[in-house]
Write a protein that binds this ligand. Structure first.
Ligand code: C2E
Ligand code: MG
Ligand code: MG
Ligand code: MG
Length: 283
């Protein structure tokens, strides 16, 4: 267990998560051990949803909030989702965890709306979750049980999902849109970016991956292409991973509508986030 500690970091006051090295993960922990711990974690409610704001570049007002799950390990502290999400996927636990996150996020949307902050809350969907035949039923149930306005919920999917069985994916996305939810393409530009996807599938938001925002000039010219594309397709472009004022200036010059990043705020636990909201402009 000392080994797993290498991947877990205490909050250290800034919600920082340990740098995670996938190679080391394989060497330290038997699959069954981890699987047992993850199942227990669900039952013992060791998971916690953090929230990070998404901000309008022009007005600096909060337009949306992303739900990001953490594992609050009893001994090791916060464990990064980069570590346990892939494990949950291969162990068949992602459906249960993903549904739990969605329910938490929807519940919070309703609670914030009651306090006058009618935020869009976005939730990440893993490819495995998306492929599940229960997905539409589960989402409908969460909407019904929480009474959340579906137009205030956004689902973040990755391009790899769009590579799947075309007609099935299209049907699911259409049904989700028909329920009133919006769809964001997460980490855009890092996958198999096929521009035809953007024509064929109902997608509303493009989250430009942080590598394009943070990196070199070469990457940035690709980012410019993505921005032109999102304007052309009338999608909302969001810059991910904005850490510096210089990056934000660049984002503003490119005409990217919204951004998310440590510069504005780090992901926060729900109580801290709610308190923080009192002093920040929403909508
Ligand atoms: P993502 O959906 O692309 O989420 C954005 C990630 O970037 C988050 O990492 C966030 O904390 C981080 N981030 C935000 N601003 C900055 C910044 O300025 N600089 C840097 N370097 N990073 C920034 P996090 O929370 O560790 O999550 C990692 C990934 O784990 C997420 O990437 C998402 O793919 C996955 N994930 C998180 N929660 C869930 C969940 O509930 N379900 C599923 N299926 N996946 C999740
Ligand atoms: Mg995301
Ligand atoms: Mg992303
Ligand atoms: Mg991601």
């Amino acid at each position: 267990n000392a080994d797993l500690a290498m991947y877990a970091a205490k909050e250290r006051g800034r919600n920082t998560l340990a740098y995670f090295d996938g190679h080391m993960a394989e060497t330290v922990r038997s699959r069954t051990e981890l699987e047992k711990e993850l199942r227990q974690a669900l039952e013992r409610e060791e998971f916690e949803v953090y929230f990070q704001p998404r901000v309008d570049v022009a007005t600096n007002r909060i337009r949306a909030v992303e739900a990001l799950v953490r594992w609050n390990h009893p001994r090791l502290g916060l464990v990064s989702p980069a570590y346990f999400i892939p494990a949950c996927e291969t162990m068949g636990l992602i459906g249960a965890l993903g549904l739990w996150v969605l329910a938490q996020a929807a519940h919070q949307q309703v609670a914030w709306a009651a306090q006058g902050w009618d935020l869009v809350v976005s939730v990440n969907l893993s490819p495995r979750q998306f492929a599940s035949s229960d997905l539409l039923h589960d989402i409908t149930e969460v909407l019904r049980q929480t009474g959340v306005n579906p137009a205030r919920m956004e689902l973040e999917i990755t391009e790899s999902i769009l590579l799947g069985e075309d007609q099935h994916v299209l049907n699911v996305l259409r049904e989700l849109s028909a329920l009133g939810l919006t769809i964001a393409l997460d980490d855009f530009g890092t996958g198999y970016s096929n521009l035809a996807y953007l024509q064929r599938f109902p997608v509303h938001t493009l989250k430009i991956d942080k590598t394009f925002i943070q990196d070199t000039d070469a990457n940035r010219s690709l980012a410019e292409l993505i921005v032109s594309l999102s304007n052309l397709m009338k999608l909302t472009a969001v810059a991910e991973g904005v850490e510096t004022q210089e990056q934000l200036d660049w984002v503003a010059r490119r005409g990217i509508a919204q951004y998310q990043g440590y510069l504005y705020a780090r992901p926060m636990p729900v109580r801290a986030f709610t308190n923080w909201l009192r002093n920040h402009p929403v909508g």
